[in-house]
Design a protein around this ligand. Structure first.
Ligand code: ADP
Length: 329
């Protein structure tokens, strides 16, 4: 589960927030598109989740980990639980497809035996078994993005964040990538995709969260489509199934925030790490509703804190995770 409770982010030296009182609750196994124009705050929100940036205010809990309690040494462990793929793939050009995926496991200390078992399965998952020994330079954009997804999925994260994954792809490859993410979602991985791509969002009919000037102005729970003005009317007409979907209305007469210069984005670099002994996962009850409101965010937060307090008395173990590869030996 991902929970942002009243999260605001002010970059140092700027008076306008990049994120402004964000309340967002994403249930385990959800598939969510995060849309918004350039400068809306999408990357900042992702950096909050990967802990590249800290919120100025508010609370973040991901997969039972309360970021307030997160120490620096726990961050590599957090990043194993959150896979991230980027628009520009970030593959190692001098390593084959197989080696690119294997490397992601090597650097977190996975044994050679396990790497040999895992890499072929994950390449099969993304449909690239035949290309295992090709170098990235010989692959199409869509195939490179599949390698990037395979690399992230090899560690079986609970959450996969794809930051503009179709930004460099043609419509056919874009659809293929989103279908692959849907397939991964069907295995139980929570998926969060940021995109500008109107067509991709509108074709895939998922939950769509719309950011504008750092605020959430729309949250269409199902059958969502790209809606940058947060208008209820358009959502009602175009939502699937004929049922109007819940939407947070746009704030009345919201003032556009001045755009401040964007700094280069540093990708999270997974680091070698020992077996984690921290970050106990609080047992979580799914919330009854997926509505995202201030009160529901706070209620869930409170529930998790209580669960965590009772969990603190128990021995700290890392929960065994369900395998992505059901047929794995
Ligand atoms: P998006 O990903 O939707 O394009 P960003 O999260 O990158 O939006 O940016 C949100 C706002 O924060 C923008 O006004 C941007 O200029 C500003 N911003 C982003 N990163 C930084 C930074 N490191 N320092 C200062 N301002 C930043």
């Amino acid at each position: 589960m991902i929970l942002l409770d009243n999260v605001s982010k002010y970059y140092p030296g700027y008076k306008t927030p990049a994120l402004d009182e964000i309340n967002l609750h994403i249930q385990p196994k959800e598939f969510v598109f995060l849309v918004g124009e350039s400068g809306a705050g999408k990357s900042t929100l992702i950096k909050m989740l990967t802990r590249e940036e800290k919120p100025s205010y508010g609370d973040i809990i991901v997969g039972g980990i309360d970021y307030k309690c997160l120490k620096k040494k726990h961050i590599p462990y957090l990043r194993r639980r959150i896979g991230v793929v980027f628009q520009d793939f970030k593959l190692l050009p001098n390593r084959t497809v197989y080696e690119n995926v294997a490397f992601a496991l090597e650097i977190v200390g996975v044994s050679g035996e396990e790497i040999k078992r895992t890499v072929p399965k994950v390449l099969e998952l993304v449909g690239l078994s035949e290309k295992a020994h090709e170098f990235p330079g010989k692959l199409s954009g869509g195939e490179r993005q599949r390698v990037a997804i395979a690399r992230s999925m090899a560690r079986q994260p609970k959450i996969l964040i794809a930051d503009e994954p179709t930004g460099n792809l043609d419509p056919e490859n874009s659809d293929g990538i989103i279908r692959l993410l849907e397939e991964i979602n069907n295995f139980g991985t929570t998926i969060l995709v940021t995109t500008h791509d109107v067509e991709v969002v509108n074709r895939h009919k998922k939950r769509v969260v719309t950011l504008n000037h750092g605020k959430i102005i729309g949250d269409q729970k199902q059958g969502g489509y790209y809606d940058l003005d947060g208008s209820r009317t358009r959502i009602t007409k175009r939502s699937l199934g004929g049922q109007p979907q819940a939407v947070r209305p746009a704030p009345a007469q919201a003032q556009p925030a001045p755009v401040v210069p964007k700094a280069p984005v540093a990708p999270p670099v997974p680091a070698p790490e020992p077996t984690p002994t921290v970050a106990p996962r609080a047992p979580m009850k799914p919330a009854a509703s997926t509505r995202t409101t201030k009160s529901s965010g706070s209620a869930v937060l409170e529930q998790m804190r209580r669960a965590k307090a009772s969990d603190a008395a128990k021995p700290k173990t890392v929960a065994k995770r369900r395998s992505l590869y059901p047929n794995a030996k």
